[in-house]
Design a protein around this ligand. Structure first.
Ligand code: SF4
Length: 369
């Protein structure tokens, strides 16, 4: 079903460039994750970055806690071709080194670097190479003075913290930055981003920090990021899960897909099942999800258990299935053939891949690909 008429008006933001990926302006909202391997283990980190890229990640962040890790970051940079954000805390020497070694973005808070000359050196290194900076405020590590003033982390305290870091960059006439304001509390995060969205023109990186396990983290992120995205706030996002980072990418895209903000891979529409179902909907859906996991191009697939909602959904999708006696497969909105339960998964996979092939061919004929 199309979302025509419900388009989200995105907040205008100044566009920055994280390697080849634009963030802000009218660029698609990008999806990021972060490696959780030991950065000095170059082979393991490269393998994880490649897996994240294969899952559709636009940008990957790598933590660089030491100078030794900075050298490993350089080796990693040479072996992957996706924009990399180097995550640095405090140590300006690490920032300078990864800038030399090809970081596409520095995640460092200028207010935590210390002496002015050090801050200036990092900003000049970033400016020279066209590397943006991400300011990352976390409710769990607010400055002591702010905690004293506000007594506890609050949205305003988070925004004040961000504005301090922002002010340092702006004093140095540096404007290529993006900002995140993360808390593990959904309401606090939403309130903080709303406040900052009106104060600056730079892109916002969304996230709910320490959101939790696969299930609870997905729910918190979907609610928090969903509210903000629906209001047009957010230019890039990371879903933080205590799970395989690949899941962060999947959930990130699912959130964007649900709001019609980005399409990637199979948009699987399935009914929740009830006693009217004419085949094992859950089993078929699970098998299809696994088999079609490699697809990055957008395509709608509807799998519906009976004729109550089946024909309507199947007609709106690229490929659809309506349970019945017999069950009916739809292609491009039209009934295509009958299928029995044993062959359902095979036939659906086949039709999805053929539909993608036709879309690609049409694009080539129009000279778009
Ligand atoms: Fe039940 Fe049919 Fe609705 Fe699926 S579409 S939940 S099988 S009534």
């Amino acid at each position: 079903m199309s979302g025509a008429g419900f388009e989200i008006q995105r907040r205008w933001s100044r566009r920055i460039q994280v390697g080849r990926v634009a963030v802000g302006g009218d660029a698609p909202i990008s999806v990021q994750s972060m490696t959780n391997t030991e950065t000095c283990d170059v082979a393991a980190t490269v393998a994880q970055i490649q897996a994240l890229q294969a899952a559709g990640a636009d940008i990957v962040r790598v933590s660089v806690p030491t100078l030794e890790a900075a050298e490993a970051f350089g080796a990693i940079r040479q072996q992957v071709d996706i924009p990399l954000v180097a995550d640095i805390h405090f140590d300006h020497r690490i920032a300078l080194r990864v800038a030399e070694l090809g970081a596409d973005c520095l995640r460092i808070n200028p207010g935590n670097i210390g002496r002015d000359d050090r801050v200036r050196a990092v900003v000049e290194a970033a400016r020279e190479r066209g590397i943006p900076i991400r300011i990352g405020v976390n409710a769990g590590s607010l400055e002591k003075e702010l905690l004293k003033r506000y007594r506890e982390p609050t949205p305003q305290a988070m925004v004040d913290s961000a504005l301090r870091h922002i002010d340092i960059l702006q004093q140095l006439d540096f404007h290529d930055f993006k900002v995140s304001l993360k808390a593990s509390d959904v309401r606090m995060t939403v309130a903080a981003y709303r406040l900052l969205a009106d104060r600056i023109e730079q892109p916002l990186h969304l996230g709910i920090t320490e959101a939790g396990s696969l299930r609870s983290g997905t729910v918190k992120s979907a609610v928090g990021l969903g509210i903000l995205l629906a209001e047009g706030i957010g230019d890039t996002l990371r879903v933080s899960l205590a799970a395989d980072p690949i899941e962060e990418i999947r959930v990130g895209f699912d959130i964007l897909k649900s709001l019609g903000l980005r399409s990637k891979g199979v948009n699987l529409i399935a009914c929740p099942t009830c006693s009217r179902q004419n085949f094992d909907v859950i089993g078929v859906v699970n098998q299809l999800e696994e088999r079609l996991d490699d697809i990055l191009e957008p395509i709608d697939l509807a799998v519906i258990g009976c004729v109550v909602n089946g024909p309507g959904e199947a007609r709106e999708a690229d490929v659809g299935l309506t349970g019945g006696t017999p069950s009916l497969l739809y292609v491009d909105g039209k009934p295509y053939r009958k299928v029995n339960e044993q062959e359902m998964v095979d036939r659906l996979e086949e039709q999805v891949r053929e539909a993608l092939w036709r879309k690609q061919r049409d694009k080539e004929l129009k000279g778009e690909a």
